[in-house]
Design a protein. Structure first.
Length: 386
């Protein structure tokens, strides 16, 4: 059983999570601290945000949590996509989704640079998940032909007999897709009037949990559109660096951790929760799902890992995703959420980049997968039916 941690800034697990470690690594010792004063070139120091992840204790048997070991490294192929270019806004030289009516602002750009980074994040997810697109037990269903709501095109490519429906806030879908893919522009937090109820075998959301403004309403909507026995799955990093040794303690100066803290606080001011993935097991349980499972993989930040494959993942993550995306990650949360000027942000990011290149800090992110099942008709649990 992992210890539930409530230190300021760090995402803590729900007290009801039981964790099983299938690795030879030591149990994670989660380092955290609020940023040190004076690290942002005179930028205003925000007051500590309230805990976004505190949860009431629940039934410990209601879901399981597992750390998995790394798998074999393989090269992953990507696609070169052309996208439409309408319904956007431009800020600080980047293109963003135009805000929908009543929608909390989506904090990341959607221009070509960010779409390339999304492709790299997709490859990284496959790498972390042992070349699997999902962990929910829906493989057989999709092989024989199921209905999927997915924010990704890869499921359609692999499971040609299934129908895959997807949506995005803006029309940036690929110009060429598989015949079994149906895209539309829309907001998954609005009513799904274009989709039938009790129809989907599997609903998949990756790298979107931090943008959910109302998890209760979303999970109720998902429940309504899943078939009885259908699964929903979320895949997201837990955006708080931690270490299994003393290289990252509460007092270790580490500007990248400071960035995570400020982004968390900036998004909170904008109505979003950077650490929503940590709340989802409890939210799923509260919404009536069963067979809730949480799985975590350790994703090194940088080249410090001794294991070759883990080091390759860390280098890929650092160079292709973090370094390429720091500006995109920081701009809106820090400018619109905290009121920082662009010059302050850029000065701060100089220190962040230096900290990311410091291999003496053995930091990693947990890459977290959470899934749950809509109960079968008559209240039978999914585990009993399998």
């Amino acid at each position: 059983m992992t210890q539930n941690r409530t230190k300021q800034g760090e995402p803590s697990s729900s007290p009801s999570i039981s964790s099983i470690y299938y690795t030879t690594e030591t149990t994670a010792s989660c380092a955290c601290t609020t940023p040190l004063t004076g690290t942002v070139g005179g930028a205003p120091e925000p007051s500590p945000p309230p805990s976004l992840l505190s949860q009431a204790a629940g039934d410990q048997a209601s879901f399981t949590s597992t750390w998995l070991t790394p798998a074999t490294t393989e090269d992953l192929d990507g696609d070169d996509d052309d996208y439409d270019d309408t319904n956007f806004v431009f800020e600080n030289g980047r293109r963003y989704h135009a805000p929908a009516s009543g929608r909390v602002m989506y904090p990341l750009p959607n221009d070509e640079s960010e779409q390339e980074r999304d492709d790299m994040k997709h490859k990284l997810a496959l790498w972390m998940m042992h070349e699997k697109l999902f962990y929910a037990p829906v493989e057989d269903t999709l092989k024989h032909g199921g209905m999927v709501f997915d924010l990704d095109n890869a499921v359609a490519q692999k499971y040609g007999k299934s129908q895959v429906f997807g949506c995005d806030l803006s029309p940036i879908q690929p110009a060429y897709v598989w015949d079994n893919v149906f895209f539309s522009a829309g907001d998954f937090e609005e009513d799904w009037t274009d989709y039938p109820e009790n129809a989907f075998d599997y609903i998949h959301m990756r790298y979107t949990a931090f943008s959910i403004k109302d998890p209760t309403a979303l999970l109720q909507r998902v429940m309504k559109h899943l078939k009885p026995g259908g699964y929903v799955e979320f895949q997201e990093m837990t955006y708080w660096p931690r270490a299994d040794d003393a290289t990252l303690t509460d007092t270790t100066p580490y500007a990248f951790r400071d960035l995570c803290y400020y982004v968390q606080h900036g998004l909170a001011n904008l109505g979003l929760d950077l650490h929503m993935i940590g709340r989802l097991p409890g939210e799923l349980r509260g919404a009536g799902y069963d067979d809730i499972t949480e799985v975590r993989h350790k994703l090194p930040i940088g080249r410090w890992a001794k294991d070759r494959r883990q080091r390759q993942k860390g280098i890929w993550f650092l160079r292709m995703i973090l370094m390429e995306g720091l500006s995109a990650i920081a701009k809106r949360p820090l400018s619109q959420g905290l009121g920082w000027k662009e010059a302050q942000i850029e000065m701060f990011l100089v220190d962040v980049r230096k900290s990311l290149n410091d291999s003496s800090v053995h930091a990693y992110f947990p890459f977290t997968i959470v899934y749950g099942r809509k109960p079968l008709d008559g209240g039978a649990s999914a585990s009993a039916a399998r």
